[in-house]
Design a protein around this ligand. Sequence first.
Ligand code: IMP
Ligand code: MG
Length: 208
Amino acid sequence: MDATDVGADLQKVLIPADRLQARVAELAAEIDADYAGSDLLLVGVLKGAVMIMADLARCMRLPVEMDWMAVSSYGSGTRSSGVVRILKDLDTDISGRHVLIVEDIVDSGLTLSWLVGNLRSRQPASLRLCVLLRKPGAARMDVDVAYTGFEIANEFVVGYGLDYAERYRNLPFVGTLAPHVYAGTGEAEAPEPAPEPVEEGREPGREA
Ligand code: IMP
Ligand code: MG
């Protein structure tokens, strides 16, 4: 899939495919160097991290194991509330293991800080984070990201694993959507990217 397949839905390409691939290769080299001689378990967060996980693991020289978790954070559709539910847990016992969580994006940081707390309680030998994209809001949550692909502005992005309403994940680049895509969805414009905690009850979940 490329830009021509989404036509007028696309507003702009923010990070082209070649820049994504080059940066992922750099991250892989850093991780290889940092974990040389140790057994590493990559934990991808479904579904958004599928693309970076696949490319990162293929660029790495170290043998790694891969496992997956699916979590859902509840908020007003596009806003994270910090209430996280495990939809799919790890198959692996991580106690005593070196674990690197691989995630597509950290926005408010609520999802990842919950996940770090959850996995830390299972007593891994080490636990670090690798995130493709980081938005400014993450600074407020004090999530310590060891490997960051790109710092981006506070706007809603899709592609390379990231979705809007489950679409656009298979674009090879990261981009923004035209306002008409959000029209008629109750979102007047692009989903609000800087969520504040909400107190409402359970609403349609947003899969991380
Ligand atoms: P957080 O808890 O606010 O950090 O939200 C994390 C999750 O929200 C990510 O794992 C994504 O699934 C989703 N998310 C946040 N920002 C975006 C975006 O710009 N595009 C697509 N999904 C996003
Ligand atoms: Mg995600």
